[in-house]
Design a protein around this ligand. Structure first.
Ligand SMILES: [Zn+2]
Ligand SMILES: [Zn+2]
Length: 307
């Protein structure tokens, strides 16, 4: 518990420190100047600044909501570990990796994580999990910050699978930790608003172009480019889609763009809607069946005969 309080204090303490830094103040001042000029030129409603302010504010708010929920995720990860040990599922002992240098173990951790993540992500693009993942796709202007636009429930699933898989593999904690840092940096990189491709290495390491196609709001790109780091998983499993530079619009249909409250509640709202929809379909089927029974007297006769 003390660890969690310390962690929260450190994370929340980052903001005042960042705001006090003279370098950051210069950057803020420059950004504010750009905003003022843009708004003065086009007016608030028509300006590009309005969208930028809304988008950045929504992402920062979602990131902070996640931060508050982080201790829950942390505690749950520990529970998963404990349950895993309790279940007595045979796993690879950490000593099995003692001959490998730490950098090799780090690469194994990243590859293993990315493989699991590919399938998690694929599930997230299916009907019932999409309301959770849609928050990440809600940003109509994908940028480095969009990497943090993730629903707390998704973070829970991702960390849960990460813990289960890597503890099963018995990888040492330092390799897992270093791997996690590289994963975070790479995730930010692929969301940067540039059209960079990796030439002959495009299948080896995901580029911003590869991930922009994942966020493209055009039917041919839906459910494509699901790997975080290694596009060869998409090539192997048939979901690779990079036809060229990505100029397609970003975002997702029928998902609130920057409304933080609705985005946070979105899974519950959508699951309620989908459940009601399913109940309606089921009722319709039952109604059809009883109507069919009523119009097929022969069947009843046959049953009566059999009795
Ligand atoms: Zn996705
Ligand atoms: Zn993304």
């Amino acid at each position: 518990m003390e660890q969690i309080v310390e962690f929260l204090k450190t994370m929340i303490g980052v903001w005042p420190t960042a705001v006090r830094s003279p370098a950051n103040q210069c950057v803020f001042a420059f950004l504010v100047l750009l905003l003022v000029l843009d708004i003065a030129r086009k007016g608030w409603r028509l300006s590009w600044s309005r969208l930028a302010v809304q988008s950045v504010a929504a992402t920062i708010a979602i990131f902070n909501i996640n931060l508050v929920l982080a201790p829950t995720i942390w505690l749950l990860s520990d529970q998963i570990k404990a349950l895993y040990a309790l279940a007595g599922i045979p796993s690879i002992p950490t000593s099995a990796w003692s001959a490998f240098p730490v950098w090799a173990l780090m690469i194994i951790a990243i590859v293993a994580h990315d493989f699991a993540n590919y399938w998690n992500h694929r599930l997230m693009h299916m009907k019932w999990l999409w309301p959770v993942h849609a928050i990440h796709h809600s940003d109509p202007h994908v940028n480095a910050l969009s990497a943090y636009r993730i629903h707390a429930l998704e973070t829970l699933v991702m960390w849960g699978s990460y813990t289960i898989l890597l503890t099963w593999l018995g990888l040492p904690a330092d390799a897992i930790g270093m791997g996690a840092v590289i994963l975070v940096l790479h995730t930010i990189y692929v969301h940067v608003d540039v059209d960079w491709d990796h030439g002959p290495f495009r299948l080896l390491i995901a580029s911003p172009r590869f991930h922009r196609w994942h966020h493209a709001n055009v039917p041919e790109a839906y459910g494509k480019n699901l790997a975080n780091v290694f596009p060869f998983f998409d090539r192997v499993f048939g979901t690779y889609h990079v036809p060229g530079p990505c100029t397609a619009p970003m975002g997702a249909n029928d998902v609130p763009q920057n409304d933080v409250v609705r985005l946070t509640l979105w899974p519950v709202l959508e699951w309620t809607r989908l459940t009601l929809e399913q109940i309606g379909i089921l009722r319709g089927r039952i109604g059809n069946m009883s109507r069919r029974d009523a119009t097929l007297p022969g069947q009843h006769m046959a049953k009566v005969d059999a009795e």
